[in-house]
Design a protein around this ligand. Sequence first.
Ligand SMILES: CC(=O)N[C@H]1[C@@H](OP(=O)(O)OP(=O)(O)OC[C@H]2O[C@@H](n3ccc(=O)[nH]c3=O)[C@H](O)[C@@H]2O)O[C@H](CO)[C@@H](O)[C@@H]1O[C@H](C)C(=O)N[C@@H](C)C(=O)N[C@H](CCC(=O)N[C@@H](CCC[C@@H](N)C(=O)O)C(=O)O)C(=O)O
Ligand code: ATP
Ligand SMILES: C[C@@H](N)C(=O)N[C@H](C)C(=O)O
Length: 449
Amino acid sequence: MPIKQQLFYPNFAMKALYQLYLDHPFVFIDTRKELLNGIFVAVGQKDERGAHRGNQFATFAIESGKAAYALINDVDLKEKYKEDDRYIFVEDGEKTLQDLAKYHRQQLTCPIIAIAGSNGKTTLKELLSRVLSSQYKTFATRGNLNNHLGVPLSLLSIDSSYEMAILEIGANHLEETRFLAEIIEPDYGLVTNCGKDHLGEYGSIENIIKANKELYDVLAEMDRTAFVCTNDSLLVDISAAITKRIFYGKTATVKAQILARPFLKFCLQIDDFETTVQTNLFGQFWLDALLGAAAVGHHFGIAGTTIKNALESYQPAALRSQLIEWNGNKVLLDCYNANPSSMEVFLAEIQASSLQASQILILGEMLELGAYSVAEHQQLIDRINWEAFKAVFLVGAAFLEVSFPPAKQLHYFENKAAVEDYLSKQDYQQCYFFVKGSRGNRLEELFVD
Ligand SMILES: CC(=O)N[C@H]1[C@@H](OP(=O)(O)OP(=O)(O)OC[C@H]2O[C@@H](n3ccc(=O)[nH]c3=O)[C@H](O)[C@@H]2O)O[C@H](CO)[C@@H](O)[C@@H]1O[C@H](C)C(=O)N[C@@H](C)C(=O)N[C@H](CCC(=O)N[C@@H](CCC[C@@H](N)C(=O)O)C(=O)O)C(=O)O
Ligand SMILES: Nc1ncnc2c1ncn2[C@@H]1O[C@H](COP(=O)(O)OP(=O)(O)OP(=O)(O)O)[C@@H](O)[C@H]1O
Ligand SMILES: C[C@@H](N)C(=O)N[C@H](C)C(=O)O
C-alpha cells in the first residue's frame, strides 16, 4: 500500500510512520542543518490557519535532498503535493514528533535516565555521560535540547546500539515536566534541586517545587527508580511516594566531604572506597551534581577510580563554569543563564574565595522574573561585598529599579555594548573577571576579540 494511504488508515498510521523513521532515522526540524535523506518535520509558530512556520521550508527540505520525507500541516501544501508521496500531511507536526518519539522510546531497551531540576541539569548530564561512557555506549542530550521539541528529537537520536541514555528535561511552566517525562518513560530519574529558575513564568517557588516533583510523580506512577540526594531534605520529602529510591549524599553509600574550593576538591566515599577528586568546576554548589554522577555510575557498576577519573577529566564548557584567558586576565564565564538561586551561590562562592588577583564582577540582569524582578535584583545588590572587588559592573535595565550603596566600585551599564566600550578604554591586567547573567545579555561576547 502506498505510504500515504497507510498513514491515513487510523490504527496503522504510527507503525507506518515508524517504518519510515527506521528507514530514515534522522528526524530534523531545521533545514539549516547539514544532513541528507532524513525526515523533516514542520514545527514552530502557527499562522491563523494553524500551519506551522516550518511548512515554508518543507519544499526546500525535499528538493535539497536533506529530507526523504517531510511532515507538513499546511492545507495548501497538502493540496499542492497530493500526488507526491514524499510529503505527508499530519494534523500537527509538533504532536506527531512527540508521538513518534514516544513510540520509538517504547521500542528501546537500554536504561533511560531523566534529569530534571532547577539548576545544574546540563552539567550533571555531561558529568554522568563521562562516567557512564567509560563502560557503556551512552547517549546524552546534545547541548540543551530539553523542551517539547528537544526531548523528542533527542529520543529519536537514540538507536538500538546505545547501552545507556541520559535525557535532560527543561521546563518553565507547570505540567511541562510531567508531559516530557511521560514521553520519556524514564527507567530512572534525578531532580538536581529546586531553585528560582523561570520564577516569573512559574509564578512562585511553590509551583517550581511542584513542577520538579512532576518527575518524581511519574516515576512513582510507573514504579521506576529515583536517585535522590540526601544533602537536600526537600528532595527527600517530595520524592517520598516513590518506592524505589537510591539515596546519595550524607548518610548514604556514596557521599563526599569538601576539601578545597573554589575549584572544587572533595573526598569521594563509596562504601569503603575513598578517593580525592580535584574538579575543574568553580564552586561548592556543584557538589551534588558531581555526587549524583558518582552515585548513578556506582549503581551501574562503574569502579570508584574510574568515576574519579571521569569527574576530574570534565573541562567545563558552554558558559557553565568555563574559565578562559583574555588579554592577560582570567575570565570565569558562568553566564549561560542566571536566576536568583544561581546568582546567590555564585556570589557566595566568589566572596568566600581568595584568588590572589584583582577581582572584577560583571553581573547581567536576571530575566524571566516577572513580578519578582525588583525584589530579587535588590537582594542580589544587597548581597554584594563591594570591598571584595576592584570593580563591579551591573548590566541591564532591571538594575535601574533598585537602590545601590554609594560604592566606588560600582559601574552601571545599560547594555553589553556600553560595557564593551568601557572595557576597550581600560587596561586591565592579571585580573579575575567573574561573569554571570541571563542568556539575553550574551555577556560572553565581551571576551571575544
Ligand atoms: C520551533 C523552532 O525550532 N524554533 C527555533 C527557531 O526559531 P524561529 O523563531 O525561527 O522558529 P519559528 O517558530 O518561526 O519556526 C520556524 C521553523 O522553521 C524552521 N526553519 C527556519 C529557517 C530555515 O531556514 N529553515 C527551517 O527549517 C525552524 O527550525 C523552525 O522549526 O530557530 C531558533 C534559532 O535557531 C531556535 O532557537 C528555535 O528553537 C526553539 C527555541 C526550540 O524550542 N528548540 C528546541 C529544539 C530546543 O530544545 N531548544 C533548546 C532550548 C530549550 C530551552 O530553552 N529550555 C529551557 C526550558 C524550556 C522551556 C520551554 N517551555 C520552552 O518554551 O522552550 C531551559 O531553561 O532549559 C536549545 O536550542 O538549546
Ligand atoms: N546547586 C546549584 N544551585 C544553584 N545554582 C547552580 C547549582 N548548580 C549549578 N548552578 C548554576 O546553574 C547554571 C546553569 O548550569 P546548567 O546549564 O548545568 O544547568 P541547567 O539546569 O541545565 O540550566 P539550562 O537548562 O538552562 O541549561 C550554572 O552556570 C550554575 O551557575
Ligand atoms: C536559556 C534558558 N534556558 C534560560 O535559562 N533562561 C533564563 C531566563 C536565563 O537566561 O537566565
